[in-house]
Design a protein around this ligand. Structure first.
Ligand code: NAP
Length: 243
């Protein structure tokens, strides 16, 4: 069976993507870091869609944790492989750069960029060997395209992820593995719940934050067969916010 792995699948965009993939009939591995209860709830919802779900706890920024979890799963599933990967886990630690603690610089970059590297590198050989239908979707951000003040760490991490998306897409294209990035604007999740929504909405032509399901629909499309000739792209989903 071909499985999907969604990092940061316990909440927000990752949760909505797990449910979208379940609706597409794809078995889902739900990664999370700390929030076992939320991940368990996503598993229940995926199963309610009659799809297979498994929880997979690991910190994407830890090479050892990633290797241990993926090796364990592969040993338990000799006839299955992970064909679809959504690198979605991410955090923000906003601050003006002159006040930014070193751990907040590294924490954000390690989660987004090293996380992408550890998980993707592990899964690439099998995806490329099968030569057909592999999909990698990286969750970037408007911040990585435009740069946002107070987010030098986050903008740097997401811009780097976009560069890696474009480079990797060219490495894997001949093997039928597509690699694309999604760049959301402001979406209603835990990550944005403390932002001044009323002020920010005024900047958005659609005058509202996006919903996780709207991002999940795009991720589902990029993973579907219908998107087989799209690779190396960064697709914005931001209600018309100028980038
Ligand atoms: P969220 O609601 O804060 O959820 C974050 C998810 O990532 C949780 O499932 C969390 O797991 C997981 N996670 C965090 N650090 C992790 C780590 N080291 N290892 C494994 N999992 C980890 O965030 P979100 O808004 O859904 O954001 C999802 C992605 O979209 C992020 O990459 C974010 O940068 C990007 N994005 C979001 C927006 C937005 O407006 N919301 C806009 C642009 C881009 P636990 O539940 O275990 O903590």
């Amino acid at each position: 069976m071909k499985y999907a792995l969604v990092t940061g699948g316990s909440r927000g965009l990752g949760r909505a993507i797990c449910l979208k993939l379940a609706q597409m009939g794809i078995p889902v591995l739900i990664n999370y870091q700390n929030n076992a209860e939320a991940a368990q709830e996503v598993k229940r919802l995926v199963e309610a869609e009659n799809a297979t779900a498994e929880l997979m706890q690991f910190d994407v920024s830890s090479k050892e944790a990633v290797e241990t979890a993926l090796n364990r799963w592969e040993n338990a599933h000799p006839d299955d492989y992970i064909a679809y990967l959504v690198n979605n886990a991410g955090i923000r630690k906003d601050n003006l750069m002159f006040m930014m603690p070193e751990e907040d610089w590294h924490g954000v970059i390690n989660t987004t960029l090293d996380g992408f590297f550890h998980v993707t590198r592990h899964l690439l050989p099998k995806m490329m060997m099968r030569k057909h239908g592999g999909r990698i979707v990286n969750m970037a951000s408007l911040s990585g395209l435009k740069g946002l003040p107070g987010q030098t760490n986050y903008s740097a991490a997401k811009a780097a992820l976009i560069g890696a998306t474009k480079a990797l897409a060219q490495e894997t294209a001949a093997r039928g593995v597509t690699v694309n990035a999604i760049a959301p604007g402001f979406i209603e999740t835990d990550m944005t719940k403390n932002l001044p929504q009323d002020e920010l909405k005024k900047l958005i032509p659609m005058q509202r934050f996006g919903k996780p399901e709207e991002v999940a629909a795009l991720a589902g499309f990029l993973i579907s067969d219908a998107a087989s000739y799209i690779t190396g792209e960064v697709i914005s989903i931001n209600g018309g916010l100028y980038t």
